[in-house]
Every structure is written in structure tokens, then in C-alpha cells.
Ligand binder design. Structure first.
Ligand code: SF4
Length: 135
């Protein structure tokens, strides 16, 4: 699948709706790969992507305009919740979290029969507890 065919490239709602939290050691200061300067502490053991715990969440690593054209500036180094999140239609599955984030931006759910597979190097599984609303 070409990257331009991936509907996530015209969306980004999940990156600007959920708190994206994960074990602190995913940061590059803990042996992981996520740039720590783009994270915020949550608890002694958890951190989140900077900006995603705000009242109006938006990940600081997200470039572009939600619903128009976006990309993750740390795509290869994004944390596990982002890798595991599947969009509706991926692998023929629905994801209520994807639908809710899109709805918050006035976007309809993606079709279940949308073409394509995960972008290369993506190993997404299912909805993760790491992405959640904080309110
Ligand atoms: S790290 Fe990238 S994929 Fe994850 S929420 Fe931020 S912009 Fe989105």
C-alpha cells in the first residue's frame, strides 16, 4: 500500500484526542526509542506523549492539520500504544476508539472494507489500553 492510500495520513484524530501513555522505559532515556523530550511524566512508572494529557489533547509529535494532512514526526520511534492502535477497516476490524476520535473532529467512521494493510514495519494488534481519554 502506498503511504498516500493510508487514510490515517488524512486523519490524525487519535493523536489529538487520547492520552497516549506507556511504561516510562520506552523513552530513550530509559533504554527505549521514544524521544524523552517529547514525553511528560504521569506517575513514577508511566509517562505520556507530551500534549496528550492536556484538556485539548494533541501530541507534540503530530505535524499537520487533523482531518486534512498529518504525519507523525517520530513515526519510527513512536511508543507502543501508537504501534498497537488499529484504525477501523484495518484487518477488516472495527475500532470504536478510532470511530470516536474521528467523530470528535466531525469525521465519519472509516469503512470496514477500506483497502490496504498496515504500512511497512507496522505490527498493530488491537485497541490498546494505552490510549484513553483523561476526562
Ligand atoms: S507519537 Fe506519533 S502516532 Fe503517537 S500520538 Fe504522537 S503523533 Fe500520533
Amino acid at each position: 500500500m502506498r503511504e498516500s492510500d493510508n487514510p490515517c495520513m488524512n486523519c490524525g484524530a487519535c493523536c489529538a484526542w487520547f492520552r497516549v501513555s506507556f511504561y516510562w522505559a520506552e523513552g530513550d532515556d530509559g533504554g527505549g526509542i521514544v524521544p524523552h523530550e517529547l514525553t511528560e511524566p504521569l506517575t513514577p512508572f508511566l509517562r505520556c506523549m507530551a500534549g496528550t494529557n492536556d484538556k485539548k489533547p494533541r501530541c507534540r509529535a503530530l505535524d499537520g492539520e487533523v482531518g486534512s494532512s498529518v504525519h507523525c514526526s517520530i513515526y519510527a520511534a513512536r511508543p507502543s500504544p501508537c504501534r498497537e492502535f488499529i484504525r477501523t477497516g484495518e484487518q477488516g476490524q472495527a475500532n470504536d476508539a478510532c470511530d470516536r476520535a474521528r467523530a470528535a473532529y466531525g469525521l465519519p467512521p472509516l469503512p470496514l472494507n477500506a483497502p490496504g494493510r498496515p504500512l511497512k514495519n507496522e505490527t498493530r494488534t488491537n485497541m490498546t489500553a494505552g490510549c484513553q481519554r483523561s476526562d
